[in-house]
Write a protein that binds this ligand. Structure first.
Ligand SMILES: Nc1ncnc2c1ncn2[C@@H]1O[C@H](COP(=O)(O)OP(=O)(O)O)[C@@H](O)[C@H]1O
Ligand SMILES: [Mg+2]
Length: 267
């Protein structure tokens, strides 16, 4: 049985579309018959809430408990993974408990490796494990990158996002050097892109010129649409909420491009 590919969906900036991308990447991979586990790894629990769990803080079993069991050397008896209702997509939820781990981890032995250990039990059950990272470069993100095979960087065509990529690549290089030599960068996915905006186009060109040699910048770009907010409000991924819309088409094109299928970016 083959092992899941673990992908950390990352950016140290908030609001760039990490959670939206994690969810829609998962559901488009599922359209290709892939079994996917989405891991909410942000104490704000947006991904958990978009799955219809309006009060994540009432959950008794989350990614936090799995990690606490690893730290305490205990067997996990209660399974925190839940179904999303789609047969191929499951969710490992989070809640505010996760915020306490950032400091608690500091004194733990092999503190960078706790999430990797915690996810071990799922590696054979899924084709992909997508980790929705929190917007920081702290110890939780280091755990995500140590657990991952690949980092998918989500960014927006704004000048500060483009400049922030430098810091992000520096942090990833440190992880490759010290805790996870097999980590690769899958590429940069641009979201909230408005082709009509001159600034958006210019920043896109600048990003391609600056980083395009060293890293893959996906040809698929996710356009801006008010439907994305609507889909979160309705707790339905946009690829199901507005399946014929431009955002769904872009996430499908991205997924095909990621999987290396013909015509991925042609839509
Ligand atoms: N392509 C898009 N078009 C319009 N709004 C978007 C798009 N992608 C994300 N958003 C909105 O931007 C906000 C932040 O998105 P989110 O995925 O939660 O980002 P992050 O996880 O990086 O903080 C949300 O309100 C979301 O609905
Ligand atoms: Mg998020």
């Amino acid at each position: 049985m083959s092992e899941a590919i673990v992908i950390a969906v990352s950016n140290q900036k908030g609001g760039v579309g990490k959670t939206t991308t994690t969810e829609n990447f998962a559901f488009t991979l599922a359209e290709h018959g892939k079994r996917v586990l989405m891991v909410d790894f942000d104490a704000q629990a947006s991904l958990t809430q978009t799955q219809g769990i309006s009060q994540p803080d009432n959950l008794n079993h989350t990614v936090y408990d799995l990690m606490a069991d690893v730290i305490n050397g205990e067997e996990t008896t209660e399974e925190p993974v839940m179904s999303t209702g789609h047969k191929n997509v499951d969710l490992l939820p989070a809640n505010i408990d996760l915020a306490a781990l950032e400091t608690a981890l500091v004194t733990v032995n092999r503190r960078e490796h706790v999430l990797r250990m915690a996810l071990m039990r799922y590696r054979e059950q899924y084709d992909y494990i997508l980790i929705d990272c929190q917007p920081s470069l702290g110890l939780l993100t280091i755990n995500a990158w140590t657990a991952a095979d690949e980092v998918l960087i989500v960014s927006t065509p704004q000048i500060f996002s483009s400049k922030g990529l430098e810091q992000l690549f520096g942090s990833i290089r440190r992880i490759q050097r010290y805790t996870n030599p097999r980590l690769t960068v899958a590429g940069v996915l641009m979201t909230r892109y408005t082709g009509k905006s001159k600034i958006n186009r210019e920043v896109m060109t600048l990003t391609e010129e600056t980083y395009g040699e060293a890293v893959r910048i996906f040809e698929a770009r996710i356009p801006t649409s008010v439907k994305v907010d609507e889909s979160h409000y309705m707790c339905v991924p946009i690829v199901l909420y507005d399946p014929k819309g431009k955002v769904a088409a872009a996430y499908r094109a991205f997924c095909r491009e990621y999987l290396g299928l013909d015509g991925g970016a042609a839509q």
